[in-house]
Design a protein around this ligand. Structure first.
Ligand SMILES: [Zn+2]
Ligand SMILES: [Zn+2]
Length: 137
């Protein structure tokens, strides 16, 4: 290293501060968590900042892992339900088809009877209206 220590102009620097990049000599090195710093405040700032960053990354990773697991579980349930439904259908094809047919017929029947009721209902209500008009007169 060509540069000299900022605190000792006669001493060649052996490394640079990991936080601010200042050249420092062996006497000035403040070692923390395997990194070299020019001062205690740089060491504190750096370890505090990296601690925060790794905390955030850790939380993010945990959240991602959690949501991935949840997605996988939901996916698995959906696949299992689909597979079970398909299996049931293939094993009871006639039954399911008959049920679907019956359901369709019931719906059609329901629509027809609703129509009938409506047609029945219209004259009744107009009769009621007429009665009321008669009362008013
Ligand atoms: Zn120094
Ligand atoms: Zn520094």
């Amino acid at each position: 290293m060509e540069s000299v220590c900022l605190n000792h102009p006669d001493t060649p620097a052996v490394t640079r501060c990991a936080a601010c990049g200042k050249p420092i000599c062996a006497k000035c090195i403040v070692n923390r968590d395997g990194s070299n710093y020019c001062s205690n405040s740089c060491a504190q700032n750096a370890s505090g900042a990296s601690g925060r960053v790794s905390d955030i990354l850790d939380t993010k990773k945990k959240t991602e892992r959690k949501s991935t697991v949840r997605t996988l579980i939901i996916l698995f349930i959906l696949i299992a339900a689909a597979a079970a439904g398909y299996l049931y259908y293939t094993q009871n094809k006639d039954e399911v088809d008959a049920m679907a047919d019956k359901a369709t017929k019931n719906v059609q029947k329901g629509i027809k009877s609703t129509k009938k009721d409506l047609q029945k209902g219209i004259p009744t209500s107009s009769k009621y209206k007429r009665n009321r008009e008669a009362l008013v007169d």
